[in-house]
Ligand binder design. Structure first.
Ligand code: ZN
Length: 171
Protein backbone atom coordinates (compact mmCIF):
# COMPACT_ATOMS: atom_id res chain seq x y z
CA UNK A 1 0.00 0.00 0.00
CA UNK A 2 2.76 2.41 0.94
CA UNK A 3 4.75 1.35 -2.13
CA UNK A 4 1.78 1.90 -4.36
CA UNK A 5 1.37 5.36 -2.92
CA UNK A 6 5.03 6.22 -3.40
CA UNK A 7 5.08 4.88 -6.96
CA UNK A 8 2.27 7.17 -8.03
CA UNK A 9 4.03 10.26 -6.64
CA UNK A 10 6.00 12.58 -8.89
CA UNK A 11 9.73 12.33 -8.33
CA UNK A 12 9.96 15.61 -6.42
CA UNK A 13 7.20 14.61 -3.99
CA UNK A 14 8.80 11.24 -3.49
CA UNK A 15 12.15 12.76 -2.70
CA UNK A 16 10.42 15.08 -0.26
CA UNK A 17 8.82 12.11 1.51
CA UNK A 18 12.12 10.27 1.60
CA UNK A 19 13.59 13.16 3.63
CA UNK A 20 11.62 11.95 6.67
CA UNK A 21 13.18 8.51 6.26
CA UNK A 22 16.64 10.11 6.23
CA UNK A 23 15.63 11.89 9.44
CA UNK A 24 14.54 8.57 10.97
CA UNK A 25 17.94 7.18 9.97
CA UNK A 26 19.79 10.03 11.63
CA UNK A 27 17.85 9.93 14.90
CA UNK A 28 17.89 6.14 15.28
CA UNK A 29 20.82 4.27 16.74
CA UNK A 30 20.16 1.00 14.96
CA UNK A 31 22.40 1.58 11.95
CA UNK A 32 19.46 2.63 9.79
CA UNK A 33 21.36 5.65 8.51
CA UNK A 34 24.25 3.52 7.17
CA UNK A 35 21.80 1.07 5.62
CA UNK A 36 20.03 3.92 3.84
CA UNK A 37 23.32 5.14 2.43
CA UNK A 38 24.19 1.66 1.21
CA UNK A 39 20.82 0.94 -0.35
CA UNK A 40 19.96 4.35 -1.76
CA UNK A 41 23.12 5.67 -3.34
CA UNK A 42 21.49 7.22 -6.39
CA UNK A 43 18.27 8.98 -7.22
CA UNK A 44 16.87 5.99 -9.12
CA UNK A 45 16.96 3.88 -5.96
CA UNK A 46 14.25 6.06 -4.42
CA UNK A 47 11.66 4.25 -6.51
CA UNK A 48 13.38 0.87 -6.22
CA UNK A 49 12.18 -2.29 -4.56
CA UNK A 50 14.13 -1.73 -1.35
CA UNK A 51 11.90 1.20 -0.45
CA UNK A 52 8.95 -0.48 1.36
CA UNK A 53 11.23 -2.39 3.72
CA UNK A 54 12.98 0.84 4.66
CA UNK A 55 9.80 2.85 5.01
CA UNK A 56 8.68 0.21 7.50
CA UNK A 57 11.96 0.57 9.40
CA UNK A 58 11.45 4.34 9.51
CA UNK A 59 7.92 3.94 10.82
CA UNK A 60 9.27 1.64 13.53
CA UNK A 61 11.84 4.23 14.62
CA UNK A 62 9.05 6.75 14.94
CA UNK A 63 6.74 4.35 16.81
CA UNK A 64 9.53 3.38 19.22
CA UNK A 65 10.24 7.02 20.01
CA UNK A 66 6.58 7.81 20.55
CA UNK A 67 6.25 4.75 22.82
CA UNK A 68 9.36 5.71 24.81
CA UNK A 69 8.10 9.20 25.43
CA UNK A 70 5.41 7.86 27.74
CA UNK A 71 8.08 7.23 30.34
CA UNK A 72 11.09 9.19 29.15
CA UNK A 73 10.61 12.92 28.82
CA UNK A 74 11.61 14.66 25.68
CA UNK A 75 12.78 11.97 23.23
CA UNK A 76 9.77 12.77 21.10
CA UNK A 77 11.58 16.00 20.28
CA UNK A 78 14.02 13.94 18.18
CA UNK A 79 11.22 13.60 15.65
CA UNK A 80 11.44 17.35 15.20
CA UNK A 81 15.01 17.10 14.02
CA UNK A 82 15.54 19.71 11.29
CA UNK A 83 11.97 20.90 11.59
CA UNK A 84 12.36 24.26 13.35
CA UNK A 85 14.55 25.56 10.55
CA UNK A 86 12.54 23.59 7.98
CA UNK A 87 9.23 25.10 9.05
CA UNK A 88 10.77 28.58 8.98
CA UNK A 89 11.99 27.98 5.45
CA UNK A 90 8.60 26.66 4.35
CA UNK A 91 6.97 29.77 5.79
CA UNK A 92 9.55 32.00 4.10
CA UNK A 93 8.64 30.39 0.78
CA UNK A 94 4.94 30.94 1.38
CA UNK A 95 4.46 27.13 1.68
CA UNK A 96 4.72 26.92 -2.10
CA UNK A 97 8.37 27.24 -2.93
CA UNK A 98 9.77 24.40 -0.82
CA UNK A 99 8.16 21.06 -0.21
CA UNK A 100 8.20 19.95 3.42
CA UNK A 101 10.96 17.37 2.89
CA UNK A 102 13.08 19.77 0.84
CA UNK A 103 12.88 22.26 3.68
CA UNK A 104 13.75 19.77 6.41
CA UNK A 105 16.79 18.60 4.43
CA UNK A 106 18.12 22.14 4.81
CA UNK A 107 17.00 22.07 8.45
CA UNK A 108 18.93 18.89 9.16
CA UNK A 109 22.05 20.26 7.48
CA UNK A 110 21.71 23.43 9.56
CA UNK A 111 21.24 21.43 12.79
CA UNK A 112 24.28 19.29 11.98
CA UNK A 113 26.48 22.33 11.23
CA UNK A 114 25.34 23.86 14.52
CA UNK A 115 25.97 20.62 16.45
CA UNK A 116 29.41 20.39 14.94
CA UNK A 117 30.23 23.99 15.79
CA UNK A 118 28.62 24.23 19.22
CA UNK A 119 28.75 20.69 20.57
CA UNK A 120 31.75 19.21 18.76
CA UNK A 121 29.68 16.58 16.97
CA UNK A 122 31.81 14.26 14.88
CA UNK A 123 29.96 13.81 11.64
CA UNK A 124 31.10 13.78 8.03
CA UNK A 125 28.91 16.58 6.77
CA UNK A 126 30.67 16.87 3.41
CA UNK A 127 30.01 13.24 2.60
CA UNK A 128 26.41 13.55 3.86
CA UNK A 129 25.82 16.57 1.59
CA UNK A 130 27.37 14.77 -1.37
CA UNK A 131 25.02 11.84 -0.79
CA UNK A 132 22.02 14.18 -0.61
CA UNK A 133 23.07 15.76 -3.91
CA UNK A 134 23.34 12.30 -5.50
CA UNK A 135 19.75 11.68 -4.41
CA UNK A 136 18.71 14.92 -6.11
CA UNK A 137 18.33 17.23 -3.11
CA UNK A 138 19.40 20.86 -3.11
CA UNK A 139 21.92 21.33 -0.32
CA UNK A 140 22.79 25.00 -0.81
CA UNK A 141 20.21 27.57 0.19
CA UNK A 142 19.12 30.04 -2.50
CA UNK A 143 20.83 33.45 -2.23
CA UNK A 144 17.67 35.32 -1.26
CA UNK A 145 17.20 33.25 1.90
CA UNK A 146 18.83 35.31 4.63
CA UNK A 147 19.59 34.23 8.16
CA UNK A 148 17.48 37.09 9.57
CA UNK A 149 14.42 35.95 7.63
CA UNK A 150 14.75 32.39 8.86
CA UNK A 151 15.74 33.29 12.41
CA UNK A 152 12.70 35.47 13.10
CA UNK A 153 10.45 32.66 11.87
CA UNK A 154 12.35 30.09 13.93
CA UNK A 155 11.65 32.09 17.08
CA UNK A 156 7.97 32.03 16.21
CA UNK A 157 8.08 28.25 15.68
CA UNK A 158 9.84 27.76 19.01
CA UNK A 159 7.06 29.62 20.77
CA UNK A 160 4.56 27.31 19.15
CA UNK A 161 6.53 24.28 20.29
CA UNK A 162 6.50 25.64 23.83
CA UNK A 163 2.75 26.20 23.74
CA UNK A 164 2.18 22.72 22.37
CA UNK A 165 4.29 21.08 25.06
CA UNK A 166 2.44 23.03 27.74
CA UNK A 167 -0.87 21.86 26.39
CA UNK A 168 0.37 18.28 26.26
CA UNK A 169 1.76 18.26 29.78
CA UNK A 170 -1.46 19.67 31.19
CA UNK A 171 -3.56 16.89 29.64
ZN1 ZN B 1 8.24 16.38 8.89
Amino acid sequence: MILLFFKTLPEREMRSGFAELIKHGLISDGGLFDLLRENFSKQAALSGEALPEFLAKGIKVKADIVAQDETEQGVRAFLNFGHTFGHALEAFGGFKRFLHGEAIIFGMIYALILSEREMGLKFDLASFSAWLSDLGYETTLPDDVTFEEIYSRMLHDKKNDFRRSKIRSSQ
